[in-house]
Ligand binder design. Structure first.
Ligand code: NSS
Length: 433
């Protein structure tokens, strides 16, 4: 049995058998208290005579048979098991994780830290986010596809590519499935994928990983506004379904969900130019390339983590920043025919400083324009020959977006660091465990 089933008044007085691990142990003279953790991460207090449990250590694996009783003093819901029999599977060696540990040690021992209540709670929220993300696309008639992870070209700029030796040539780990999804829409219509994306991010931030779960979508015959409507519906659905399914876990994480409850379409569309005006009016400054000097933010600057934090400090719902200058966005962003130099593109920023969680928009569908943009960015169009074919054979207006699962989980769980939203984080300094 599991703790979730047992903690229920209909079991009081009944005999149960439960397997799990010693999560906490308080040895006393006659009776001792074990907080047993089951294989779903739930816990229940078990009381056993001290002579029976003498050999037990933290994380020993055991099976206890005993009678369920209700006692308001029992932690975690007021139920406990008065143990009669104890079976020991394994006596754990001295456990390296105690109650107060540095973040670094918990990362070094992540394979064990997955057993902490915090990690269990976040893992469950993450599972719901993945589940409801998939569900939204399935229920709305989008087709699931998978794109290759080993690729030949950059999507999001060469500086964050991971290079690998692929037989006798060079190849890279994919930064985004986008170019492949674009190829699929001509015969499969609206498609989506959930695949790992890789970025050799050199900077250490609380929102960048070297490997992240990327939920991406692409559709034919859509414009920027169509894409934004998909994004706000998807994100609202995932947020609402997750806070309902994971109320207990979010409470454990002390996440006040009152702002999440308000998340529903439409999200504000804040023009990039207006965002710059707001930042300037607040005297916002950015660092120059040398890092030492500062200057006011200007039209044409990309929005840094700090500017995104400033823009979302006070808002409760995500916002879209729309219409970035094409110069700060990749070659595939379509230029707004009405506004020279402005892209039909938007980033969704999560409230209270969490910042960008999605990025997407309309794609450049004209072969000459996209070729020019590639050249301007120093890319060799020949390296993108197959991709350019998509503009050669029946090009259509189309668009899509990418959502970083860990960014979304970070916002929903209020996690300080993105490394806590994935079970085995990959960063510049960490490929193990
Ligand atoms: O680089 S993005 O902004 N855009 C793309 O990759 C597009 N090609 C996606 C598309 O339209 N199909 O990344 C998209 C999202 C971004 O908003 C973040 O939420 C997330 O992917 N992202 C990351 N999460 C964690 N760590 C890193 N390094 C990271 N980079 C992007």
């Amino acid at each position: 049995m599991r703790t979730g089933e047992i903690k229920n008044s209909s079991f009081v007085g009944k005999e149960v058998t439960i397997r799990g691990w010693v999560h906490r142990l308080r040895k006393q003279k006659e009776n001792s208290f074990i907080l047993l953790r089951d294989d779903r991460g739930g816990v229940i207090q078990c009381v056993l005579s001290t002579d029976k449990i003498a050999a037990l250590t933290i994380e020993s694996s055991i099976e206890i048979t005993g009678t369920v009783s209700q006692d308001p003093r029992a932690p975690e819901g007021g139920f406990e098991i008065k143990g009669k029999e104890l079976k020991i599977f394994n006596i754990a060696a001295e456990y390296p994780i105690g109650e107060y540990q540095s973040d670094e040690l918990l990362l070094d021992k992540r394979h064990l830290a997955l057993r902490t209540r915090k990690m269990i709670a976040i893992a469950k929220v993450r599972a719901s986010v993945l589940h409801f993300g998939r569900q939204w696309f399935v229920e709305n008639g989008w087709m699931e596809v998978t794109a290759p992870i080993i690729v030949k070209g950059a999507v999001e700029g060469g500086s964050t590519l991971f290079k690998l030796r692929y037989f006798d040539q060079d190849a890279y780990l994919s930064q985004s499935a986008q170019l492949y999804l674009e190829a699929m829409i001509f015969s499969l219509g609206p498609v989506w994928s959930l695949t790992p994306s890789f970025r050799a991010e050199k900077s250490r931030t609380v929102r960048h990983l070297a490997e992240f779960s990327h939920l991406e979508a692409e559709a034919p015959w859509v414009d920027l506004e169509d894409i934004l409507r998909v994004e706000e519906k998807l994100v609202s659905y995932v947020v609402h379904s997750t806070i309902e399914e994971r109320a207990e876990e979010l409470e454990f994480l002390k996440r006040d969900i009152s702002d999440l409850q308000k998340v529903e379409p439409p999200f504000e569309r804040l023009p990039y130019s207006r965002a710059i005006d707001i930042l300037r009016s607040r005297g916002f400054q950015i660092s120059e390339d040398d890092g030492a000097t500062k200057r006011s933010i200007e039209f044409g600057d990309d929005l840094s983590i700090e500017s995104e934090r400033e823009l979302t400090r006070e808002v409760e719902k995500p916002i879209f920043v729309v219409g970035y200058p094409i110069a700060v966005k990749p070659f595939y962003v379509k230029e707004d025919p009405q506004h020279h130099g402005i892209g039909l593109t938007a980033d969704m920023l999560a409230p209270r400083g969490f910042g960008e969680i999605t990025s997407g928009g309309q794609r450049e569908d004209n072969i000459d324009s996209i070729t020019k943009r590639m050249l301007k960015e120093g890319l060799n169009p020949e390296a993108y020959a197959w991709y350019l074919d998509l503009r050669r054979y029946g090009s259509v207006p189309h668009g899509g977006f990418g959502l970083g699962i860990e960014r979304l989980v970070r916002w929903i769980t209020n996690a300080e660091d993105i490394k806590d939203t994935v079970l085995f984080p990959r960063t510049r300094s960490r490929v193990e465990p």
